[in-house]
Design a protein around this ligand. Sequence first.
Ligand code: PMP
Length: 279
Amino acid sequence: MAELAYVNGTLSAIESARVPIEDRGYQFGDAVYEFIASYNGTLFCLEEHLDRLERSLRGLDFSPIPRDGIRKAILMLFEKASISRAGIYIQISRGAAPRNHLFPKSTSPQVVMTIREVEEKPAELRKNGAAAITVEDFRWGRCDLKTVQLLPNVLAKQKAIDAGAFDAIFISEGIVREATSSNFSIVSGGGIITHPLNQNILPGITRMVIIDLCKELKIPVHERFFNTEELFRADEAFLTGTVTEVLPIVQVDRRRIGEGRVGPVTQRLYEALRERAGA
Ligand code: PMP
């Protein structure tokens, strides 16, 4: 079992992996990424993550990169590292070239990956639920693309931690969007309400799996906008994400959501997700 880095086909220890200082990901945030987790030695939703990676690359007008090559590299790294509960970070930048806003004509994309043991969320948060704060969504207009331009997310997450909360929920035009690295849903009248897919949120893979599980479990799903007023009236609220899985949010801006403890729908979805993932 070893934590490893991959840089354009070469494996090394993470600490010794290097990219050129003129990598466009470093200078312009001109890069996309994915984060894939495994459960018991099997990568969960690999093809869905590759779909989204291709979509992000297309969204930034990257030249096509063969999907088979990326998949092969991921699987090779996963096999070499031999970590049963792994988190694989994949970043593809437009390449390294003398600094110029214009796309470079002759450079190839740089593919960088790391693999590590997943850092699990504290058991206490899963048992008792987490607190969140709301923040104004000051991100760019294409939150549906998974780019490395995460500074607003970084600042909002830090603000949440400094306020004694776990995460921040972005609000714009009065609409509840998503959290800093997770999608956000509420439970009301036994059904879930979640922001529809558009340019204001990331199309989360976990969100997609949860919607599918709701169909199996006969839990109604409403993909529609909701505001903070509706959030504060909700019975339950939860985050979804590759590492977050399904995490109950029991308090927002110091106000209790529902009973202020983990609700039955959230708990059921958490268990169903873990089962689907082979945990
Ligand atoms: N929204 C944002 C902003 C994220 O960074 C993430 C994590 N990638 C998600 C939602 C959840 O996506 P997923 O379920 O694919 O991990």
